[in-house]
Design a protein around this ligand. Structure first.
Ligand code: SF4
Ligand code: SF4
Length: 174
């Protein structure tokens, strides 16, 4: 009998504790992103879809050196270089990327390609909406990767604000 009473009391305490957690969050402002109806704020350091950059004069930064492909741990970049000519100049160097493909199905968004690039041509920007119905659409070609790409569903949030997470321990900057 004593055992049953103790179990009933313990159960009630656990129930009250669980309801306490529910009530604690019931009145807090929801943090759910209403994507795609509203834009999503991402941190500047968030690594999303790649973009191939140009210089201000319009020339492509990419010189077709394939260092990005060599650095890629998932082998998802394919670069084929060609020579610039006076009649057809695409980049300031001797060569440019005739073909530049990224297979986004294999990409793990590590950013090694951007780190390896000597001209800062390939950059991981902030677009995260990369779902496809057709797997071949996941091959991003050079034409698709070249600027501009400024999706309306992405906005930048301040990188100065860190959310307090006590379970991490230590002091967090605000
Ligand atoms: S982010 Fe990483 S995995 Fe993706 S293309 Fe660049 S190097 Fe390869
Ligand atoms: S993106 Fe950069 S590393 Fe890759 S081929 Fe072009 S210049 Fe070379």
């Amino acid at each position: 009998m004593i055992k049953e009473v103790k179990e009933a009391v313990d159960g009630s305490v656990e129930l009250a504790r669980a309801m306490g957690v529910t009530l604690k969050y019931f009145f807090k402002k929801p943090v759910t992103n209403q994507f795609p109806d509203e834009p999503v704020a991402v941190y500047p350091r968030f690594r999303g879809r790649h973009v191939l950059k140009r210089y201000e004069n319009g020339l492509e930064r990419c010189i077709g050196c394939a260092l990005c492909a060599a650095a890629c741990p998932t082998d998802c970049i394919y670069v084929e270089a060609a020579e610039n000519t006076d009649e057809d100049r695409r980049s300031p160097g001797e060569r440019y990327a005739k073909t530049y493909d990224i297979n986004m199905l294999r990409c793990i968004f590590c950013g090694y390609c951007a780190e390896a690039c000597p001209t800062e041509a390939i950059v991981l920007e902030h677009d995260f909406a990369l779902a496809q119905y057709n797997r071949w659409d996941a091959i991003y070609t050079k034409e698709r990767l070249l600027e501009p790409h400024d999706p309306p569903h992405v906005i930048l949030r301040s990188d100065e604000v860190f959310v307090e997470t006590p379970s991490w321990g230590g002091t967090k900057k605000r």
